[in-house]
Write a protein that binds this ligand. Structure first.
Ligand code: SAM
Length: 230
């Protein structure tokens, strides 16, 4: 079904309501709110689910995976502290929605997905909407060294433990302008629930990281290909 001008109006109104819901639920970063409010989430979900695209809920995208709840996307994006031109790596492209939100924040976005079918679909939606995202099919627990260091890395699946390669690919704080070190936002824990965790790089040494924990969430698992999970 092709979109009509009244569809556009309907979705615009629903997006505005979603932004209000996110505000009520505790998201106060206006740049994040306007980025979420600018993305056509209905384009990232199955046409049969479009009526629910702007409810604050996760939805299935096939292969037992989900497009994250808008609150979760906004929460992780706010924790990342994205600035225009930041180089951001996303692990778990899924539908492509989070990547689009990062583009709306002005970031240069790199995204990795382990399911090729999901990645192809996300690519076609992102391209269709004009979002410039560099993507790769593979295991994101290893990061993407070719484009490191990153100002931010966001992992959108629940990690049983901290993937060390991601820590190494965070930008070191810059000596000249005292620019901040890279941030990693990652839900850590077992399948029953994870704690949203943010790690900041504070120097060049192996222990120069500071870690802070936030609220609990429940994500689909981050699969480390070496562990042989499904
Ligand atoms: N960010 C996505 C969005 O906006 O739609 C939601 C992602 S979904 C909650 C988590 C995704 O992580 C799934 O698509 C899953 O296939 C992917 N994933 C899990 N383990 C992965 C890994 N090791 N490397 C890359 N992607 C992985």
């Amino acid at each position: 079904m092709t979109a009509t001008p009244s569809d556009d109006r309907k979705y615009r109104h629903q997006r505005e309501r979603l932004v209000e819901t996110l505000r009520e639920r505790g998201i106060h970063d206006e740049r994040v709110l306007s980025a979420v409010g600018a993305v056509a989430r209905h384009a990232f979900v199955d046409p049969a689910l479009r009526d629910r695209a702007y409810a604050d809920e996760a939805l299935p995208i096939g292969l037992n995976q989900t497009i994250s709840q808008p609150f979760t996307v906004a929460y992780q994006t706010a924790l990342l502290g994205v600035q225009p031109d930041d180089r951001i790596l996303e692990v778990g492209t899924g539908s492509g929605f989070q990547a689009a939100v990062l583009c709306e924040m002005g970031a240069r976005v790199y995204s990795i997905e382990r399911h090729d079918d999901l990645l192809r679909r996300a690519r076609s939606v992102l391209d269709g909407l004009g979002y410039d995202v560099r993507t790769r099919h593979g295991d994101g627990t290893r990061g993407w060294p070719a484009f490191a260091p990153y100002d931010g890395i966001v992992v959108t699946a629940g990690a049983p433990e901290m993937p060390a390669p991601l820590l190494h690919q965070l930008r070191e704080p810059s000596g000249e302008d005292d620019g901040p070190g890279g941030r990693l936002v990652i839900p850590i824990g077992g399948r029953e629930g994870q704690t949203m965790t943010r790690v900041r790089r504070t120097g060049s040494g192996p222990h120069d990281y500071e870690q802070k924990e936030f609220h609990s969430f429940r994500f689909v698992p981050l699969v480390d290909e070496d562990e042989g999970g499904g």
